[in-house]
Write a protein that binds this ligand. Structure first.
Ligand SMILES: C[S@@+](CC[C@H](N)C(=O)[O-])C[C@H]1O[C@@H](n2cnc3c(N)ncnc32)[C@H](O)[C@@H]1O
Length: 232
């Protein structure tokens, strides 16, 4: 089996509009490389960006992949990087899709969801949406694997995952200094003051903690008197 470090070597290119991987993306990549999370599984990856995780998901033995982005242009970067590193024979579809608004059922959904720059009134929107609605894209006992900052509130995520039927596992934790762009958004800096354990000051330097979560859907059936016509 290849070492995690060699799995992290890939040839990536990005244009000025593409999301260049940050420590969040690097940590999720490391956790995918060091753990056997996707082997033999049909995977939906949301917001695939420069394909830094798509490539690993393939190298780690996923059975099939659907990789999404929000525009055709961003998806083109995903496709180009993937094909440069993995060739053109892999079982992969590239789809433009707005978050979970796509078709199919999968064993695993993987993402590094937008947060600080989510552009939503609820900055946690993409995290919350994933936790609330991923079940519509998952097979029974399916899984979500994602990375999140302490600034997005670990406690909130863990409560919501439990409430929405996921057993919660922390795959790996790390921490690092704030990105420069955090300091450019005064609203953001105010919001994180309300998050318990949202950040830590070490020797005068602001640090965030990062966790990769794995949520596994519990067995469940609707209550016998549930009114759910036409719902999935
Ligand atoms: C935090 S970046 C992660 C990119 C890449 N996976 C990584 O880790 O470096 C979030 C990605 O989600 C994409 N995105 C934003 N809104 C989206 C939406 N509504 N549906 C799908 N993807 C979206 C962005 O274009 C961006 O590539």
């Amino acid at each position: 089996m290849e070492s995690a470090d060699s799995l992290l070597q890939m040839d990536l290119s990005a244009g000025s509009d593409d999301w260049s991987p940050t420590p969040h993306g690097h940590w999720l990549a490391r956790m995918l490389a060091e753990n056997d999370l996707v082997r033999g599984r049909d995977v939906l990856e949301l917001g695939a960006g420069v394909a830094n995780h798509t490539i690993l998901i393939h190298w780690q033995g996923a059975r099939s992949i659907v990789a999404t982005e929000i525009t055709e242009q961003l998806l083109e970067t995903t496709r180009e990087n993937f094909e440069r590193n993995c060739g053109t024979e892999a079982d992969i579809r590239f789809r433009v899709a707005d978050w979970l608004s796509t078709e199919g059922r999968f064993d695993t959904v993987v993402s590094n969801p937008p947060f600080c720059q989510s552009g939503k009134q609820n900055r946690r929107y993409f995290l919350d949406s994933l936790i609330l609605d991923a079940h519509k894209r998952l097979r029974p006992r399916g899984e979500i694997i994602f990375i999140q900052s302490s600034m997005a509130d670990f406690g909130e995520t863990e409560r919501r995952m439990d409430r929405n039927g996921f057993d919660v596992e922390v795959v790996g934790t790390t921490s690092g200094p704030f990105r420069d762009y955090y300091f450019e958004d005064q609203e953001f800096l105010k919001e994180i003051e309300d998050v318990d354990g949202g950040y830590e000051l070490r020797d005068g330097v602001y640090h965030e903690h990062l966790r990769v979560y794995r949520g596994k859907l519990r067995e469940w059936a609707p209550h016998s008197n549930a009114h759910t016509p036409g719902q999935s």
